[in-house]
Design a protein around this ligand. Structure first.
Ligand code: AMP
Ligand code: MG
Length: 189
């Protein structure tokens, strides 16, 4: 049975960068994982159905549509065997409020060993978002980012209650990417 590690963090915190670095460090130790992007599974379906053109439009969709896409993504990802990292969100900030990224029917499909929260100071996240032109990030101040990170810690506690998974906080601070990469490698090892 492979290991399932779920990696989460608010948009722009750098979770993809941290995971990529960790996997590169683990290559020569013979530790390997496939990275699956939850949002991409959802987007493939959403795009075929013609409900969105851009992945950043999905969180604005009607809540029930998001939940249907979410369930389909979880079912597809659950079929994947071996060691997998699932790149996703502990919660989604929608115009109607926070939506659980891993509600109980998603957790039951995925049954993770560990949920990682990649975090850093809200001002650093704000600046990282402003400099990323590849994505349509929501305009949000540091207060909103801090609140989102707080909500993610709270909801992650519920995820550990549902599944018995461990919850790991990893700080990805400015100029300390190496530290975050090493912490992530230790989770995956
Ligand atoms: P990302 O590329 O990780 O920022 O994900 C793109 C979009 O996919 C997010 O803004 C959400 O709309 C959606 N998404 C990703 N993971 C989940 C999830 N677990 N539950 C609901 N929506 C998700
Ligand atoms: Mg990403």
């Amino acid at each position: 049975m492979g290991r399932r590690v779920i990696i989460t963090g608010v948009p722009g915190v750098g979770k993809t960068t941290v995971v990529t670095g960790a996997l590169k460090n683990l290559e020569n130790e013979g530790v390997s994982y496939r990275t699956l992007n939850f949002g991409t599974y959802m987007f493939d379906v959403a795009q075929k159905e013609g409900v969105v053109r851009d992945r950043d439009e999905m969180r604005k969709l009607d809540k029930d549509i998001q939940k249907r896409l979410q369930k389909l993504a979880a079912q597809a990802i659950a079929k994947e065997e071996g060691n997998v990292i699932i790149d996703t969100h502990a919660s989604i900030k929608t115009p109607a409020g926070y939506l659980a990224g891993l509600p109980e029917w998603v957790l039951r499909e995925l049954m993770p060993d560990t949920v990682v929260l990649v975090e850093t100071n809200e001002d650093q996240i704000l600046l990282r978002r402003l400099s990323d032109e590849t994505r349509t990030r929501d305009l949000e101040g540091s207060y909103g980012i801090a609140e989102h990170q707080q909500f993610n810690r709270a909801i992650a506690a519920a995820y550990s209650m549902f599944t018995g998974c461990s919850i790991k906080y990893i700080t990805n601070a400015d100029f300390l990417l190496d530290k975050a990469v090493e912490d992530m490698a230790a989770v995956l090892r």
